[in-house]
Design a protein around this ligand. Structure first.
Ligand code: ASP
Length: 355
């Protein structure tokens, strides 16, 4: 993998309004149609102003770091997340904000992962992408990129307005670790059902200041460890012992997101509870997340979740599966005492859950 740097010629005067680093990782956003091959291929990012000439009008200093080869986000890995965190850390002082161009398929996972890896963030890190490639006339890439850049550049009283990892898409600025991809055809691809948008765009960009995280008191740091010894166990009526066993007894397993029904309910069948208890006894952390997009896990509300509570399963409140699995990867990557890891898993670390 290679990181190629491109400076973009904009109208920036000697004292530009802002300097923004764009990190292009891949995805539909950066695709053009190859007439010879008759399929979509990643385009050369040094030609970005041919596709988005409006960029030249910005009074910003724009630099692009382009990851080559471009990653279809279905292939994104923990190593890619750590590399992204490193790139932001290395460039943190030089830029006012960061825009990450990323495929939409796993954008909510990547934005969640980055929210944990980048601790005490004082600057915006805005993920965006597109449903229609940048090389097509009806592309949504242009609007998404331009507005993401404006949000990344926005300051009030000398401080960034959005010191968070976010997803900007269509007309919504969402907290990254609250977002979900909900659409594969229409332009409004992301939602955050359990948390209001941080901004909505129309003629103006209207920020919901009361929903944006406050500026942190401590210095920024980028973490460099994540565990990949995690799994998601999605329950369904009729799930068999073999399936549950194959996940809960996977060698080296450290943590599981248990996707339960409704407000956190699971079967009370003895074999299921025994397998779960056995995993917990082996030190596996189990995080209970609801299959419902809205509402929250309340362990103990029904008999079918009371046993989970008593066994030591952690209630995930209103966290998304994307934010839960990446939180497990982050927390379990830190080499903590089991009690300390459990405490962090229960806590609201980066605005990912409402306690
Ligand atoms: N498969 C693409 C990706 O996630 C789809 C997209 O960019 O929207 O990389």
């Amino acid at each position: 993998m290679q990181v190629v740097k491109v400076d973009i010629d904009t109208a920036a005067p000697l004292h530009p309004e802002a300097s923004i680093l764009i990190i292009y990782t891949g995805g539909t956003v950066g695709m053009v149609f190859d007439d010879k091959e008759q399929h979509l291929v990643p385009f050369n990012f040094s030609q970005i102003t041919e596709h988005v000439p409006e960029l030249r009008q910005f009074n910003y200093l724009l630099t692009v770091l382009s990851i080559e080869p471009a990653i279809d986000s279905s292939n994104v890995s923990v190593q890619d997340w750590l590399m992204l965190a490193r790139l932001i850390e290395e460039n943190y002082e030089k830029y006012d904000g960061f825009v990450v161009l990323h495929g939409t398929d796993t954008m909510a996972y990547s934005a969640s992962a980055m929210s944990y890896l980048l601790e005490n963030l004082q600057k915006p890190v805005i993920f965006t992408g597109a449903q229609v490639p940048i090389g097509r006339i009806r592309t949504d890439a242009r609007e998404n990129l331009i507005t993401a850049l404006q949000i990344a550049a926005t300051k009030e009283n000398g401080r960034s307005v959005v010191p968070e990892v976010c997803i900007y898409f269509r007309n919504l600025l969402l907290r990254g670790n609250r977002s979900k991809k909900v659409e594969s055809s229409h332009f409004d691809a992301f939602k955050s059902d359990n948390y209001p948008p941080l901004a909505e765009t129309g003629i103006d960009i209207e920020y919901s200041y009361e929903h944006i995280l406050p500026h942190p008191q401590h210095v920024f740091r980028a973490h460099q460890q994540m565990s990949d010894k995690v799994a998601i166990l999605k329950l369904f009526p009729g799930i068999t012992r073999q399936v549950v066993q194959s996940i809960l007894q996977a060698p080296g397993l450290q943590g599981v997101v248990l996707e339960t029904f409704g407000s956190g309910n699971a079967p009370s069948t003895p074999w299921f509870l025994e397998l779960l208890q056995d995993a917990l006894n082996r030190g596996v952390h189990v995080l209970n997340v609801s299959q419902c997009d809205e509402g929250r896990v309340v362990q103990g509300q029904y008999e079918t979740s009371t046993h989970l509570l008593h066994m030591g399963v952690i209630g995930g409140a209103d966290i998304t599966t994307e934010a839960a699995i990446t939180k497990l990867m982050f927390v379990l990557g830190q080499d903590l005492e089991p009690g300390q890891a459990k405490m962090l898993l229960c806590e609201n670390l980066r605005g990912e859950l409402s306690v």
